[in-house]
Ligand binder design. Structure first.
Ligand code: LLP
Length: 413
């Protein structure tokens, strides 16, 4: 049974009825389940049992301190893309020594901070970035541990906005240039080659592209070792997909089988960077119906969550299931569930069959634990939602609802 389930017609998160949370903290509110987060982390851990590995949870998926802290306690490392994310990891009790740093635009300041805090690995994405990292290393009198993120030119067959492994993508260095770059880096005093990295995209639901990319990268790893580079880590990136509606992504076991088969014989310690797969289905966005608006063309249901709170539908035409918090009897009508934001793209669910809600009814957008709150903005001067973490029959606010005064912090009239 999912941790989010109806009991006597009322949607619960674990043992907590969602109306209790909505009444206490208002809406819109993100609600996460400790049990779901823990179960997913352990499922991936178990799938890789017997293989030297470190899960580096991808902070961008959901960077709430309570979630980072939970994963840190479960033994997770972290995958970050900014100095801000590194600061969050530390604040939550995570270790820089178990953290990898990717991104095409790391600043020298961010590099210096991370290096002096003992970062595990910089995943470097260009030749110029490699030079910049060398300069930082020399200035600090250390060798910066790095992996090149190579672009294997494999089509991940996911939404084009979240595909990263094609030649036309800004990510990684061209596969063919990697050997020469490692050779060049060997002569640089501020660098130490410690790994090889790739990431081909997100919300992957098929194993074939993973297999194709990792086989290429594992070959390159072996070549580099043979050329005398003392690599230890093979970072296979993140990207494992989840079920939003009817997708059938690989299970953690199938995923592990694919990764382990492709990287067998490298002797590397594997770094895994799952984000969505750990948090996506562990969270929902709770929202309340404001108005119904039947028109000639469509029936709109206006809710108090908007595209600023959950950007995925507007940005990727992503589907999030919608569950009534209290089930109603009746016949389905086709509705567009829209938010209050002044944009035509502020449609959170389009042409959805739904028993027509009443005003004040609560709904939950499902699978909103990943790239929900972490991508939320204050567009239209809307304070961002509160976040709640449920644990069994208990729950607590892990981020207060933003206040209106927070909106202009730092501004000068
Ligand atoms: N590692 C690297 C280098 C990445 O770029 C990403 C995601 C991850 C790991 C984690 O990927 P995951 O396991 O979560 O798929 N905002 C989009 C997803 C963007 C993903 C960006 N990179 C969405 O809402 O679908």
């Amino acid at each position: 049974m999912s941790v989010f389930h109806h009991r006597k017609g009322v949607l619960h998160a674990e043992q907590v009825p969602l109306p209790a949370i909505a009444d206490a903290v208002g809406t819109p509110t993100y609600v996460y389940s400790t049990a779901a987060l823990t179960e997913r982390f352990q499922a991936v851990t178990e799938a890789f049992q017997g293989q030297k590995h470190l899960i580096c949870y991808s902070v961008k998926a959901n960077s709430n301190l309570a979630i980072l802290g939970l994963f840190a306690r479960l033994g997770s490392g972290f995958d970050i893309v900014s100095g801000g994310e590194l600061a969050r990891v530390k604040q939550a009790g995570g270790e820089p020594g178990r953290t990898v740093f990717a991104g095409v635009g790391k600043t020298p300041d961010e590099m210096a901070q991370a290096l002096s805090q003992g970062l595990l690995l910089f995943n470097v994405e260009s030749a110029e970035e490699l030079e910049a990292l060398d300069a930082v290393g020399r200035k600090l009198g250390r060798r910066a541990p790095f992996a090149l993120r190579v672009n294997p030119d494999v089509d991940a067959r996911t939404h084009r906005y979240i595909s990263t492994g094609l030649k036309t993508s800004k990510f990684g260095v061209p596969f063919e240039e990697a050997v020469a770059l490692y050779a060049k880096a060997k002569k640089m005093k501020g660098l130490q080659a410690l790994g090889l990295d790739c990431h081909i995209g997100s919300q992957l639901t098929r194993t074939a592209p993973m297999k194709a990319a990792l086989t290429k990268v594992a070959d390159l790893y072996v070549t580099l070792k043979a050329r005398g580079h003392a690599l230890e880590y093979l970072d296979v990136g993140g990207g494992l997909g989840i079920t939003y509606s009817d997708e059938t992504p690989p299970s953690p076991q199938e995923y592990a089988r694919t990764v382990l088969n492709a990287t067998e014989g490298t002797g590397a310690t594997l770094l895994l960077e799952p984000g969505r797969a750990l948090v996506g289905n562990a969270g929902v966005l709770l929202t309340r119906v404001l108005y119904r608006k039947p028109t000639e063309a469509r029936t709109f249901v206006v809710v108090d969550a908007g595209m600023n709170d959950l950007m995925r539908p507007a940005l990727y035409e992503a589907h999030h299931d919608l569950q009534p918090v209290v089930k109603r009897r009746g016949r389905d009508v086709e509705v567009d569930v829209v938010g209050p934001v002044c944009e035509s793209t502020d449609v959170l669910a389009r042409a959805r069959p739904l028993v027509l809600p009443r005003q004040d009814d609560l709904y939950a957008f499902m699978s909103a634990g990943a790239y929900g709150m972490s991508m939320a903005s204050t567009y239209n001067s809307r304070p961002r939602p509160a976040e709640v973490l449920v644990d069994g029959a208990a729950w607590r606010v892990v981020r207060e609802r933003e206040r209106v005064e927070d909106l202009w912090r730092g501004e000068r009239a």
